[in-house]
Design a protein around this ligand. Structure first.
Ligand code: GLV
Ligand code: MN
Ligand code: MN
Ligand code: MN
Length: 414
């Protein structure tokens, strides 16, 4: 099919979704099941219906917009991403993939193209770990890796659990057990996403074909020292939980920099210092650790070294450190046959591309547990994402959408 995606449509949808925002003037914040997020869900469902899609929602709020194929009994082809954001984010991360899916099905319908398998645009619930500290909640549940019992352990800052929030919004918790998808029930899933690195921009390529998605391992760390007087406690006597935390942070950074895997990253993104006062030595510090890699074993080796470094710091500084690992995801390799279809579409359309690794995680990381997956990246300006500065050209998303549409049609006709 030679139809071309409309950058104007893509822009309109992205800008409209972007109006659902808790922090206007300070980037976009659309946290799971807050008012703007619920309203954005409604908007997307309405747009799906306008495009002639049948809309369904499962027990965790994953949204499915279905364009039936000639043989709807066959395993369908999926595309889609997420519409929730981190705090003070941009308007492209996640939303681009949803909007590309909408534009692709609009064009497929308009062209009257024949296809056998149904094509489904999916909005996955809470890819971002903003509210419950764990990401990919919807795709995790689809993969059978988030049961109702697991969900009960996810509690937000206000002390509300995920099932509590779901029930309040009218989701039927009795349907939670029906969420997982049987392997083989989905033919394949293609997700378009922004690059979130400077790789494509530097290379001057329009499309990235993802080979592997790096996966996170997450810890909650609690460092306990001794709360005491900032002036009265000598440097020798003090057991400063913050200074110990800094040392752990630097040890982690060094281990990640020296890792034998090229794609290791390590981040401490949330820190709480207690009591957080000018003249008090912190007695307790809590912080998060996020370690990513596309090599699971390299990640495990790094964690073992980190634990050894922490033991030394505990001894030296007279502090106690507790590490709670609450997530340890497996990197996901994209399906080579689907990657080849994306590559063929790039050739056919004369769109430049290169193969890339995704340092960010995506719903495809979990969807890959039950279906073959592939990802189409489009360039991020200056490599910035998870920031109000995030930018991608609408024309680049349109080019990625052309590739997406060709790939979906090719798969839907197999
Ligand atoms: C989610 O966007 C992540 O990769 O952290
Ligand atoms: Mn993100
Ligand atoms: Mn994303
Ligand atoms: Mn992400």
């Amino acid at each position: 099919m030679t139809k071309q995606a409309s950058a104007a449509n893509i822009r309109h949808w992205l800008e409209t979704i972007n109006t659902y925002n808790s922090t206007p003037g300070a980037g976009t914040t659309r946290v799971l099941f807050t008012k703007p997020e619920v309203e954005a869900r409604q908007y997307v469902k309405d747009e799906m219906r306008k495009l002639g899609l049948a809309v369904k929602e499962d027990g965790i709020g994953n949204i499915f917009g279905i364009l039936p194929g000639r043989r709807p009994e066959l395993p369908p082809v999926w595309t889609g991403s997420h519409i929730d954001t981190v705090l003070h984010a941009g308007m492209f991360d996640g939303m681009s993939g949803v909007v590309a899916g909408l534009e692709a099905v609009r064009l497929i319908r308009e062209a009257g193209a024949a296809f056998e398998r149904s094509i489904v645009v999916v909005v996955y619930t809470s890819e971002e770990p903003t509210r419950f500290e764990l990401g990919c909640l919807g795709s995790r549940a689809l993969a059978g890796k988030l049961s109702l019992a697991d969900a009960c352990k996810l509690v937000d800052k206000e002390g509300r659990s995920l099932p509590e929030v779901l029930a309040e919004l009218g989701y039927d918790l009795a349907r939670f057990a029906e969420i997982p998808i049987r392997p083989g029930a989905v033919y394949g899933a293609v997700e378009l996403h922004i690059d979130q690195t400077g790789v494509l921009e530097r290379a001057g390529k329009t499309v990235g074909i993802v080979k592997t998605i790096c996966a996170p391992t997450n810890f909650d760390i609690e460092v306990t020292g001794c709360q005491s007087h900032a002036g009265g406690t000598s440097m020798e006597e003090r057991r400063d939980a913050y200074a110990a935390s800094c040392e752990i942070g630097l040890a982690l950074e060094k281990l990640a920099r020296e890792s034998d895997s090229e794609y290791t990253t390590a981040t401490i993104g949330r820190v709480e210092v207690c009591p957080n006062a000018v003249n008090v030595i912190p007695g307790k510090v809590k912080f998060s650790i996020d370690i990513r890699d596309c090599d699971f074993d390299a990640k495990e080796r790094l964690v073992a070294k980190l634990k050894a470094a922490i033991a030394v710091i505990e001894e030296k500084r007279g502090v106690q450190v507790s590490l709670t690992e609450y997530n340890n995801d497996q990197p996901m390799h994209c399906n080579t046959a689907m990657m080849a279809k994306i590559e063929a579409a790039c050739h056919r359309r004369g769109i430049s591309y290169q193969k890339v690794i995704s340092g960010a995680f995506h719903d495809s990381m979990l969807v890959g547990e039950f279906a073959p997956v592939a990802m189409i990246f489009v360039p991020s300006k200056n490599g910035i994402s998870h920031s109000a500065e995030e930018w991608t050209e609408f024309a680049d998303i349109a080019a990625g959408t052309d590739v997406l549409m060709d790939t979906l049609l090719a798969m839907a006709n197999e």
